[in-house]
Design a protein around this ligand. Structure first.
Ligand code: ZN
Length: 246
């Protein structure tokens, strides 16, 4: 597959995060999710948009050929940055992305939400990871994977250990195999939605796995001790369909 140049990916990542930090917003109180749309003109779609994310993934319609081709291989020289809203992992060298409807997307970054943002048939999960990928023309495709409490995940301890103080950056693992975050081949949910943080832009093709992977209770607790509740509540699906690939 063709990859974005690092410079293009970086410019996009920086522009998304610059917008996101232009105004004060949070997950609580009068700067919380219910108020994001009124905090800035740039955030208006957070309130008035009809293709917002996350949603409850329920009532999915079976559709052949809806799944992207995932190529979640490895990344190296992982970088970690932390702000008031969470922790973001990116990498100097990326061999990961996906192809959706004939368009190649390359991994820009990944991050975690606790609790999960998407619900599946009305249920949420203690943790959700989002792999954010971008095409050369700036379209975004995000892959969401849920965690449930179970066996320890082999990579989370190293990822958590690399989390720096708020508003600082640091270095993560030298290399990371992303296959271990992707459930075994199975049907996936697909729908069209948005960024789940301001400015809530409706530019995201979502792929979410119905089956969770496992993390230990200690790993889930360790993350929530550092990042307290960074999940946007679910929004109405409105006229959208959720597809379940076969
Ligand atoms: Zn996210």
């Amino acid at each position: 597959m063709k990859y974005l140049s690092a410079a293009t990916g970086l410019a996009l990542a920086v522009s998304v995060s610059a917008l996101a930090t232009a105004e004060e917003w949070s997950y609580h109180g009068d700067t919380g999710p219910g108020y994001w749309g009124s905090l800035s003109e740039d955030f208006a779609v957070c309130s008035v948009g009809t293709q917002q994310s996350p949603i409850d993934l329920a009532g999915a319609i079976s559709a052949s050929g809806a799944a992207p081709a995932l190529m979640m291989n490895s990344i190296s020289d992982v970088q970690v940055s932390r702000n008031a809203h969470g922790v973001t992992y990116s990498a100097e060298s990326v061999d990961a992305g996906l192809t959706l409807n004939g368009i190649d997307f390359t991994l820009l970054q990944f991050h975690f939400h606790a609790r999960s943002e998407h619900h599946i048939n009305g249920e949420d999960f203690p943790l959700e990871v989002h792999f954010v990928t971008a095409s050369e023309d700036g379209a975004l495709a995000v892959v969401g994977v849920m965690f449930e409490e179970g066996d320890a995940h082999p990579d989370l301890d190293a990822l958590w250990a690399a989390i720096p103080a708020e508003n600082e950056s640091g270095e993560g693992p030298d290399s990371l195999s992303l296959e271990r975050f992707i459930p075994a081949d199975e049907p996936v949910f697909r729908y069209e939605g948005s960024l789940t943080t301001p400015p809530c832009s409706e530019i995201v093709s979502w792929t979410v796995f119905p089956t969770p992977i496992e993390a230990s209770a200690e790993q889930i607790q360790a993350f929530t001790d550092l990042v307290e509740d960074n999940a946007r509540p679910v929004l109405p699906a409105h006229r959208r369909y959720v597809l379940l690939s076969d």
